[in-house]
Ligand binder design. Structure first.
Ligand SMILES: NC(=O)c1ccc[n+]([C@@H]2O[C@H](COP(=O)([O-])OP(=O)(O)OC[C@H]3O[C@@H](n4cnc5c(N)ncnc54)[C@H](OP(=O)(O)O)[C@@H]3O)[C@@H](O)[C@H]2O)c1
Length: 287
């Protein structure tokens, strides 16, 4: 079984690389942006012709939430055209696509966890392009899994946890918003779930493979960014004066959803995945 991973040097790409040795039955082909540019259709075709992947995990994306507000064309090119290109080539090569999307497709006005079928209404360019990317895939073919996730962190690449630890090494005090509620996701847990989806799909009979579609995945529980930062500092024995502030005191170019907890009933039911609580998973994340 051949699994091709795009965006292999990003956070999720590196998390996938870190666990790939646990799956000797899978031939992984890790492609970073220099080897495979998802905005270049011919480049994708060449890679698929060479490796003939059974599955493609699209870990490539434009992920700079605030910067996207000032460069929407670039976000659109990578998150929409890139996703569409991959879906077209996957269709041509009969490859199953696993594409990652985001809680930022929602506007955050829900009072209970977002289900897959809830109506998206992104509040910024990043969320909008990720939603358009989902739609471009859905309009191209049926053999996709779109996994929406939230607040991804890990020992790899740039993320909130690493930013907090860096800032704490430079300052005595820090303010973090406490009125945006969501769930952190350890990138390694997300990587494990993606492989689990592939293995379960591979082992199921072709006629029962009507399980394609959108799925939510994050760790269990919920918290604010302030709670998340507090836990990061406690686990890492960092002494810092941390204060909670409202979003209005920390204006950013992109408006973020006030509430973006994802309901994971569907993924647990279809793929029997056991999901760790976010605090437990954070403890397991070693820098
Ligand atoms: N991080 C989060 O908190 C979060 C939350 C919800 C959902 N997600 C989603 O999860 C997925 C993985 O995110 P991540 O945190 O791993 O992101 P990341 O660390 O920013 O990695 C994204 C990767 O995509 C690559 N890339 C950009 N343009 C490309 C192109 N045209 N062709 C090929 N590769 C390209 C980048 O490579 P270069 O650096 O070389 O450009 C980078 O390695 C994304 O779909 C993201 O939208 C993330």
């Amino acid at each position: 079984m051949v699994v091709l991973v795009t965006g292999a040097n990003g956070q999720l790409g590196q998390a996938l690389q870190s666990i790939s040795g646990n799956y000797p039955e899978i031939d992984f082909v890790f492609c970073d942006s220099t080897r495979l540019d998802i905005t270049d259709l011919n480049n994708i075709k060449q890679s698929f012709k060479q490796f003939k992947p059974d599955y493609c995990i699209n870990a490539a994306a434009y992920t700079a939430v605030d910067k996207a507000e000032s460069e929407p064309e670039k976000a659109q090119l990578i998150n929409v055209i890139g996703a569409k290109n991959l879906a077209e080539v996957c269709k041509e090569y009969d490859t199953i696509l696993l594409h990652i999307s985001t809680d930022f497709v929602f506007d955050g006005t829900n009072k209970t966890a977002y289900k897959e079928e809830d109506t998206p209404n992104p509040t910024g360019v990043y969320g909008l392009t990720k939603l358009q990317g989902e739609k471009a895939i859905q309009e191209t073919f049926d053999n996709y899994f779109i996994i929406r996730t939230s607040w991804v962190y890990s020992q790899f690449a740039n993320n909130f946890m690493k930013t907090m630890l860096r800032l704490a090494s430079e300052r005595d005090s820090l303010s973090v918003v406490n009125d945006q509620i969501g769930t952190p996701t350890n990138a390694v847990d997300l990587a494990e779930v993606l492989i689990s989806i592939i293995i379960k799909t591979q082992n199921s009979q072709p006629e029962t493979r009507n399980i394609f579609g959108i799925y939510n995945f994050s760790n269990e529980g919920r918290c604010s960014w302030y709670d998340f930062a507090k836990e990061i500092f406690e686990i890492n024995n960092v002494n810092i004066n941390l204060s909670a502030i409202p979003t209005t005191s920390f204006p950013t170019p992109a408006k973020r959803p006030a509430y973006s907890v994802l309901d994971k009933t569907k993924i647990k039911k279809f793929f029997q995945v056991e999901i760790k609580d976010w605090k437990e998973s954070l403890k397991a994340c070693k820098i």
